[in-house]
Design a protein around this ligand. Structure first.
Ligand SMILES: Cc1ncc(COP(=O)(O)O)c(C=O)c1O
Length: 432
């Protein structure tokens, strides 16, 4: 769809911008620098009688730009789930157990308190203060971002290099001697994080989970010796597996580079390691209001870390106004009602147990334990059929296929009791 259709602002400079993009793509295909026809050799320096010596020609800037755009396009972006209008949406680990009224109240408060004619001066500071009250961590150890995605991205882009001139994101960078940043994670790990490492030309290695989706922490620490940065999402997406607390403590204490622990699903798990940020200045714990608070659309993420890291992040790395006034005000109201969230987390945990138990009745599935608000199951050779049959019934689950040593994995979000019952009845009708 890129470059197609006329947007609302198309009457201005939009047309010429699209033209430029088209030129670059044409150039990629026939190898001709932009603004010159493939057959036009009259202005070529090598064919000019005035050029006595043949020196290697520098690549024209337009060519370098086209190469870079081409390289970025080849990396490929994050695969969002397919849009199925009106479907029961159990594919993105969103949280419907938080009552709709909770969200409505947050938005009403935002409407009442926001003046969007102004930049949100002081807004993130107020949100940080509220997060400090709810996490019981000092405000100086908290930084916010436009979803935890953005925090992860910025940590990678600006901190993970550890003072190097920059990631060897290009062949040119590597030639200049820029050392590739090496990141160690588990395999599988959070797909978006993998994509960003690829974008920045970082080398991402994964220690595979065993068949029953466990991570060997001592192997992980051994492999960590060759890494600059460690990243673990715990509970892990897509398996739902939360690493043993002692394993995680050992990994955090046994490594002196940046350790990022992504606790996007922490509230559905058994523990948090955010308290360890006090004694470990290399630890960044990344969390979000998207999952436990059911506010994925507001894009409110935060990080807990040593104050030097959060200070540098907030004052230098982060945008001056990373969150909209509406998001800040709605987030403040949501944090005031934190107690309702604890109730919703209890519903997730009991419904998760119900889904796991029900799915385990089918020999066709291997169902994994979960500490998150989703359940991963291996439907083996039937996974495409199960996915399609559910879609036909208007139920969207995530089709993952290969995960660790498994070939046919599907991931279903834990929804409200009614949503989960609809999903389980559809499975029963299909297999029962
Ligand atoms: C492990 C993990 N980390 C981070 C995120 C991003 O969350 P946010 O909505 O805060 O950007 C997700 C979203 O699915 C996730 O699964």
């Amino acid at each position: 769809m890129r470059g197609q259709g006329a947007g609302a602002h198309d009457g201005g400079t939009g047309g010429s911008k699209r033209q430029m993009c088209r030129n670059i793509i044409i150039e990629q295909k026939d190898g001709t620098p932009m603004g010159r026809r493939a057959t036009d050799s009259s202005s070529s320096p090598s064919s000019s009688p005035k050029s006595p010596t043949r020196r290697p020609r520098a690549k024209p800037k337009t060519r370098l730009l086209a190469d870079r755009i081409d390289a970025i396009s080849r990396i490929g972006g994050y695969q969002k789930p397919e849009m199925l209008p009106g479907a029961l949406k159990l594919d993105s680990n969103e949280n419907y157990t938080v009552p709709k009224q909770f969200q409505t109240d947050a938005i009403i408060a935002a409407r009442r308190n926001a003046d969007v004619r102004e930049y949100p001066l002081g807004g993130t500071e107020r949100l940080v203060a509220a997060l400090s009250r709810s996490t019981k961590m000092p405000a100086s150890m908290i930084a916010v971002g436009n979803g935890s995605d953005q925090i992860l991205d910025m940590l990678l882009a600006h901190v993970a290099g550890g003072g190097r001139s920059g990631p060897a994101a290009t062949a040119e960078g590597a030639k200049k001697g820029e050392k590739t940043v090496r990141i160690l994670t588990s395999d599988p790990t959070f797909g978006f994080f993998e994509d960003r490492c690829r974008l920045y030309g970082m080398q991402l290695d994964g220690v595979p989970f065993s068949d029953d989706m466990a991570l060997d922490a001592s192997e992980f620490l051994e492999r960590a010796k060759g890494a600059d940065v460690l990243y673990l999402d715990s509970p892990n997406n897509p398996t739902g597996f939360q690493f043993a607390k002692s394993d995680l403590q050992g990994i955090i204490s046994g490594f002196d580079g940046l350790v990022i622990i992504d606790e996007a699903y922490g509230e559905f798990g058994r523990y948090t390691v955010s308290g360890m940020t006090r004694g470990h200045p290399n630890l960044a714990v990344v969390r979000t209001l998207s999952k436990s608070f059911g506010l994925a659309g507001l894009r409110l993420g935060y990080m807990i870390a040593d104050r030097r890291l959060t200070g540098a992040f907030t004052d230098v790395v982060q945008y001056p106004y990373p969150l909209s006034t509406i998001s800040i005000e709605a987030g403040l109201e949501a944090l005031r009602r934190h107690d309702q969230i604890r109730e919703a987390a209890k519903v997730v945990k009991s419904e998760r147990a119900r889904i796991i138990e029900a799915l385990r009745k089918y020999d066709a599935f291997d169902v994994f334990d979960s500490d998150a608000n989703f359940v991963l199951f291996d439907a083996k050779g039937a996974y495409k059929r199960v996915h399609a049959a559910l879609a036909e019934q208007g139920i969207s689950v995530r089709r993952l296929g290969r995960v660790a040593g498994r070939q046919g994995c599907l991931r279903v979000t834990v929804g409200t009791r009614e949503m989960n019952s609809r999903f389980l009845i559809a499975i029963r009708d299909l297999l029962g």
